[in-house]
Design a binder for this molecule. Structure first.
Ligand SMILES: [Zn+2]
Length: 112
């Protein structure tokens, strides 16, 4: 019994000494690795955005389809970015061109 008591006392000393002695040149621990994530980060799981026009197999955005084009604009008449709408580069270019044609033809307004 005495042997078992002496053994645990000597064991905890070794790991604490090793963890306390960090090398001087070691890089500082990052916050993510140090502890749990702080609130205010990403609240929702990332969801893949799909181009709505590609999903509907619309090859060419027609400027005469103002109702479709208006869904890619804000209420104040600005063209929404790809980051928001999820449109692909090809369709974003077509939307941009169609909106500018429609503004010129006053199918859409410049300022809402
Ligand atoms: Zn697309």
């Amino acid at each position: 019994m005495e042997n078992k008591e002496t053994a645990p006392v000597s064991q905890p000393a070794a790991p604490t000494a090793a963890s306390a002695a960090r090398p001087m040149g070691a890089p500082p621990m990052h916050r993510e690795s140090a502890g749990p994530r702080r609130p205010g980060g990403r609240r929702f799981a990332p969801r893949r955005k799909v181009c709505r026009l590609c999903a509907e197999h619309i090859d060419l955005v027609d400027y005469k389809q103002a109702q479709i084009i208006k869904t890619f604009c804000t209420d104040t008449g600005k063209i929404l970015s790809r980051r928001i709408t999820g449109a692909c580069a090809k369709h974003q270019r077509q939307i941009m061109r169609a909106v500018k044609i429609n503004r010129n033809l006053s199918l859409m307004s410049y300022n809402g």
